[in-house]
Design a protein around this ligand. Structure first.
Ligand SMILES: NC(=O)c1ccc[n+]([C@@H]2O[C@H](COP(=O)([O-])OP(=O)(O)OC[C@H]3O[C@@H](n4cnc5c(N)ncnc54)[C@H](OP(=O)(O)O)[C@@H]3O)[C@@H](O)[C@H]2O)c1
Length: 227
C-alpha cells in the first residue's frame, strides 16, 4: 500500500487529494491546525487515513508527521498554505510580521518537511508535489507577499529536482478553486463560478501516474491532456 502525506488535508484542495488517494487504497496522512476539522475529515475520508493536528511551521509537529510516516513515503504534497491578511494588502501596506508568516508557512515549512522526508521519498523513488499558484508568475495587485512565497517555492522545487534527478518533483499550479482561501482573497464576492477543488484532482492523479519530467506544471494543461 503506497503512503502519502498531504499537508492541509482538512478542506479545500488538500482534502480533495486525500479523498482520491484514500479511495485508491493509499495510506494517507493529513494535517491541519483545527483538531475538530481534522477529526471530521478523517471520519469522512474513511480508509487508511491518519490525522495529525498541528501547525506545519512547528518543528515538533513536523517531527510527529515524520514519525507517523516511518521509513518510506511515496508521495509528499506540500499543500498547506497561508494567504496573509484578508482583505489582501498591497506591498506598501502589509506588515513585516505578516510577510514573515507567509514565508514561514509557504516556503520554510515545506522545505523543512522535504528535508526531513527526502530519504523516505528516495527509498520509494517517490514524488514531491509543491502546490504553487499563478500568483508565482503573474504580478497581481495585493498578491505580492503570497506570490513571492509561491515563486520561492517554485524555485526550491526546480533546484530540488536538479539535485535529485531520480525523483519526480513538481511545482503544481492548480488554478482558481472555490475554497475558503479563495473566498478570503475575495471577501464578500460571489466565487461560485470558480471550479471546485475536486475538479483539479484528476490532473494531480495524472501527474502521479504518468510522472512526466520534473518541473512546473499547470492543472489546466494536464486536464487538457486527460480530455
Ligand atoms: N483556492 C485557490 O484558488 C488557489 C489557487 C492557487 C493556488 N492555491 C493553493 O492551493 C493550496 C490549497 O489551497 P486551498 O484553497 O485548498 O486552501 P484552504 O481551503 O484554505 O485549505 C487550507 C488547508 O491547509 C490547512 N492549513 C493552513 N495553514 C496551515 C498550517 N500553518 N499548518 C497546517 N495546516 C494548515 C488548513 O487547515 P487549518 O486552517 O485547520 O490549519 C486547510 O486544511 C494552497 O497551497 C494554495 O496556496 C489555491
Amino acid at each position: 500500500m503506497p503512503t502519502a502525506l498531504v499537508t492541509g488535508g482538512t478542506r479545500g484542495l488538500g482534502k480533495a487529494i486525500a479523498t482520491e488517494l484514500a479511495g485508491q487504497n493509499w495510506r494517507v496522512i493529513i494535517d491541519g491546525r483545527s483538531l475538530a476539522a481534522l477529526d471530521a475529515a478523517v471520519s469522512q475520508l474513511g480508509g487508511d487515513v491518519v490525522g495529525i493536528d498541528g501547525d506545519i511551521t512547528s518543528p515538533a509537529h513536523r517531527d510527529r508527521l515524520v514519525a507517523a510516516i516511518g521509513d518510506s513515503l511515496d508521495l509528499l504534497v506540500n499543500n498547506a498554505s497561508e494567504l496573509g491578511p484578508s482583505p489582501l494588502q498591497t506591498l506598501a501596506q502589509i506588515s513585516p510580521d505578516d510577510v514573515a508568516r507567509i514565508l514561514d508557512v509557504n516556503v520554510l515549512a515545506p522545505l523543512a518537511l522535504t528535508q526531513a522526508l527526502i530519504q523516505p521519498v528516495i527509498s520509494r523513488s517517490g514524488v514531491i508535489v509543491n502546490i504553487s499558484s499563478d500568483a508565482a508568475v503573474e504580478a497581481y495587485s495585493g498578491w505580492g507577499a503570497y506570490g513571492a512565497s509561491k515563486a520561492a517555492l517554485d524555485h526550491l522545487s526546480a533546484v530540488l529536482a536538479e539535485e535529485n534527478p531520480d525523483l519526480s518533483i513538481y511545482a503544481f499550479d492548480p488554478g482558481d478553486m472555490r475554497t475558503d482561501m479563495h473566498q478570503a482573497a475575495f471577501p464578500g464576492e460571489d466565487i461560485s463560478d470558480r471550479p471546485l477543488p475536486e475538479t483539479v484532482v484528476p490532473a494531480l492523479v495524472r501527474l502521479i501516474d504518468r510522472r512526466p519530467p520534473s518541473g512546473r506544471l499547470r492543472a489546466a494543461d494536464l486536464l487538457a491532456e486527460v480530455k
